[in-house]
Design a protein around this ligand. Structure first.
Ligand code: SAM
Length: 325
């Protein structure tokens, strides 16, 4: 079992498999961005080795993310290899949904259990403005395809940003109710690119919850998985809404995860710029037990608490595109 200095059990690994993405969300990617050169990106065999070592230490849940994970060739090969490790209980994917519809059954058959699809607007024109790509219909098609493929639950990640999409909160609740999906509202976090982040753009979860309660009965979801989201059922539907509140609530004590970046750095904490270069270790020929010790050291470096809910907020250097959301 992997335990950190504060007795948190670390059993969840998020792997960002590429920093490439087919969307250019204004709050995530600024116009001057550049992609990491291919040789600097972890090869599949390196990712699989890392996951195998992490699994041997007690990691049970894997989420593949990016950039856009579907931009990477042969994603189903990677899923199959991770599934074949045998001790991973849950393999999920975070995607923008643009290319998912046609791939979802293949991915499911390769071992994918669940999917989170990011969607920040239900208005096609606004979606195109935020993402700089006209792909709204494709994302909706992917949401429906994921449900049909039996991936359950289908979660929609929605970052609410003041002045961007904060007038769509009730529309998203209605979308969750009508489509029987989970919409999870995520507070806007201070990450690298984009230049857009500012405290005044955060829309707190408490405000969102209050807006939805004016129209819907919300019943706390008792069987929701452990995780940072506070989930609620919407009356008369299998749909749910949830709130992820890193900027307004202290959630670090519940943290059970570490991250692996596309360029092979272990990130013990999403909000800290401290990184452990495991790619260098791999490429210097380190043995598995040396890598395992390195992973343990990274876990021990997890800070007790990093998100500041008051006072000055320091912006993290990497963008989410480069960390893996
Ligand atoms: N391409 C995939 C996708 O669109 O879901 C995975 C990568 S994307 C960076 C993962 C998630 O991070 C998305 O839901 C996106 O909205 C979220 N995200 C990006 N920047 C963020 C920020 N500053 N605060 C909160 N969420 C952010």
């Amino acid at each position: 079992m992997l335990t950190d200095n504060f007795n948190r059990v670390i059993n969840y690994l998020r792997v960002s498999i590429t920093d490439r993405c087919d969307l250019r969300c204004r709050y995530c990617t600024d116009s001057g961005f550049s992609f990491t050169p291919h040789p600097e990106i972890l090869r599949y065999e390196e990712i699989i080795r890392f996951v195998r070592i992490a699994a041997s230490l007690g990691v049970k849940k894997i989420r593949l993310t990016g950039g856009e994970p579907l931009r990477r060739k042969d994603l189903s090969f990677l899923l199959k290899q991770i599934d074949a490790i045998g001790s991973i209980d849950d393999i999920s994917l975070t995607t923008n949904g643009v290319e998912l519809a046609d791939a979802v059954e293949t991915l499911r058959d390769a071992g994918l259990r669940r999917v989170n699809i990011s969607l920040d607007s239900l208005r096609p024109e606004r979606f195109a403005y935020i993402t700089r790509v006209d792909a709204f219909d494709k994302v909706i098609r992917s949401i429906d395809a994921a449900k049909r493929a039996g991936l359950h639950p289908v979660k929609i990640n929605t970052v609410i940003i003041k002045g961007f999409n904060d007038d769509e909160v009730l529309d998203f609740a209605e979308f969750a109710r009508n489509r029987g999906v989970q919409v999870r509202f995520i507070e806007f976090m201070p990450f690298g690119d984009g230049g857009l982040w500012d405290r005044s753009r955060i829309v707190g979860s408490a405000y969102l919850e209050e807006q939805i309660r004016r129209v819907h009965d919300l019943h706390p979801s008792l069987n929701s998985e452990k995780g940072p989201a506070k989930m609620f059922h919407l009356n008369g539907s299998t749909g749910q809404v949830g709130f992820i509140s890193p900027m307004s609530t202290h959630i670090c004590h519940e943290c059970n995860r570490i991250r692996l970046t596309p360029d092979g750095k272990i990130k013990p904490c999403l909000f800290s710029d401290t990184e452990y270069d495991v790619k260098a270790l791999f490429r210097q020929g380190a043995l598995d037990n040396e890598v395992a010790d390195f992973v343990r050291s990274a876990v021990m470096a997890k800070p007790e608490r990093k998100v500041e809910t008051t006072g000055a907020i320091r912006k993290c250097q990497r963008s989410m595109r480069n960390i893996g959301g």
